[in-house]
Design a protein around this ligand. Structure first.
Ligand code: SPV
Ligand code: MG
Length: 431
């Protein structure tokens, strides 16, 4: 009896999967690979049921002989182990980032004479509806909210990119690259006060109020499924913060990060060039505790951001605050720096981890941008936020285009810098 292998990365079975099984059955014993949670995340197919439930689901299907776990997107762990005579896959992976996985499978099979069988990808109304329904499920508040905590426990580091609109949300949601044969993408989105304000042509001084921020979040949520971390500035008055925690939690936001500043907040990248007042440990701890008391689920996170290094108050102050804020109930600590080198961030993280191995650590490497995700992860960082790069990319491109049109009294010369709208709208889903 020959062995046929196919990998499934789905929580819901549709005609396409049944078609793969019936084709596979023609070649021999059918072994299904259930992709692990970690690997599913890299596919942006965030699991809505557990791996055990997926295994049981696949085992219950007619024609399936055996189910094994496939731990990585590349078939490196399973093919040498099972040595299937055939691997069956839909023919929709020949182009785009997934073609690297295909190439790897072809290479692995060639090592012992296995064969790849590609069946036409099934795309009908039923398949489309099921895909759509799954996506809708992931965008629901209860799934989206929980997803950040799950990611922290599943990923070496949660990669977060700034979004300030539906369109930037779509870029965060859908940008996939192939890197050394593996697919990669962002895990979460950061709704930055700086970019949300700048997008409205306003300064980053808590002028854009919560109603406007909620509108931005809603625009992003309408078209995405990935979890959202909100830059909550100082959190405002404690009496207001508790209401905002409830609202954010109900909407499906996963975390709010509030910074230990008070009075008129200015952006941290100004550091000590502008007057900024740090809140006392007592006041800020009370704000965190009040927020934690107000929340209704175990999923939502209140993360305390420490500005001691930005305001040059020293490492000991930063560490003292971190300990106090965790004690007050903070679900994570964000430590910020505007040094060019990551040294003080590393020092903080190492010292913090000596006494607290658990509480998630968040960093925003805007100034110390040479640091890699791997280095951060080695120093105990759990979430990295690329806080403003999308906006900084868009602004010069828009300004240059405006100048070129003005200089030439027509749009022709600008065209070579522009993406055709047809290509842009491929990002936008149709219902
Ligand atoms: C933001 O993105 O608004 C932030 C991060 O608060 S920073 O601009 O680095 O202060
Ligand atoms: Mg901010």
């Amino acid at each position: 009896m020959k062995t046929v292998y196919t990998c499934f990365c789905t929580d819901v079975i549709h005609d396409g999967h049944l078609n793969i099984i019936s084709n596979a059955k023609k070649y021999g014993e059918v072994v299904i690979g259930a992709l692990s949670d970690e690997a599913l995340i890299r596919y942006n197919k965030f699991p809505t049921i557990s791996l055990e439930e997926r295994i049981r689901l696949y085992e219950s299907l007619d024609g399936v002989d055996r189910v094994v776990v496939q731990n990585s997107m590349l078939y490196d762990d399973v093919i040498p182990e099972i040595k299937p005579d055939y691997v069956v896959h839909g023919d929709n992976w020949a182009n785009g980032p997934e073609s690297a996985i295909r190439a790897n499978v072809v290479k692995l099979l060639s090592e012992y004479g296995g064969e790849l069988v590609e069946v036409p990808y099934t795309y009908n109304e039923n398949v489309r509806k099921i895909d759509q329904r799954l996506k809708e499920k992931l965008s629901m508040p209860e799934y989206r909210r929980r997803r950040l905590r799950d990611l922290i426990s599943m990923c070496p580091i949660v990669k977060t990119i700034e979004a300030h609109s539906g369109l930037t949300g779509l870029i965060a949601e859908k940008t996939v690259v192939e890197n050394n044969g593996k697919l990669d993408q962002f895990d979460a989105m950061w709704v930055s006060s700086l970019c949300d304000s700048t997008d409205r042509g306003k300064p980053d001084i808590e002028l854009v109020d919560m109603s406007a921020r909620l509108r931005t979040i809603n625009d992003i949520m309408e078209v995405t499924t990935k979890p959202i971390i909100l830059d909550g500035d100082t959190g405002g008055l404690t009496e207001h913060f508790v209401y905002n925690v409830r609202t954010l939690e109900r909407m499906g936001v996963s975390a709010v990060i509030i910074e230990d500043k008070t009075g008129l907040k200015k952006n941290s990248l100004f550091g000590t060039e502008v007057v900024q007042t740090q809140d006392s440990i007592e006041n800020f701890s009370a704000k965190i505790a009040a927020g934690k008391k107000a929340q209704l689920t175990d999923d939502f996170m209140i993360i305390a951001r420490i500005e001691s290094l930005i305001l040059e108050r020293g490492m000991d102050d930063a560490l003292e605050r971190a300990g106090a804020f965790v004690k007050a109930g903070a679900d994570g600590i964000m430590i910020h720096s505007r040094r060019k080198e990551p040294d003080e961030i590393f020092e903080f993280c190492d010292k913090f981890r000596e006494t607290d191995p658990e509480t998630p650590l968040v960093v925003v490497p805007t100034s110390f941008n040479t640091v890699t995700e791997e280095e951060l992860s080695k120093h105990g960082v759990n979430i990295v936020i690329y806080a403003n790069q999308l906006m900084r990319a868009a602004f010069p491109a828009m300004r240059q285009t405006a100048e070129v049109i003005l200089k030439n009294h027509r749009a022709l010369e600008a065209d070579e810098m522009l993406m055709p709208f047809k290509e842009i709208i491929t990002l936008i889903d149709e219902l």
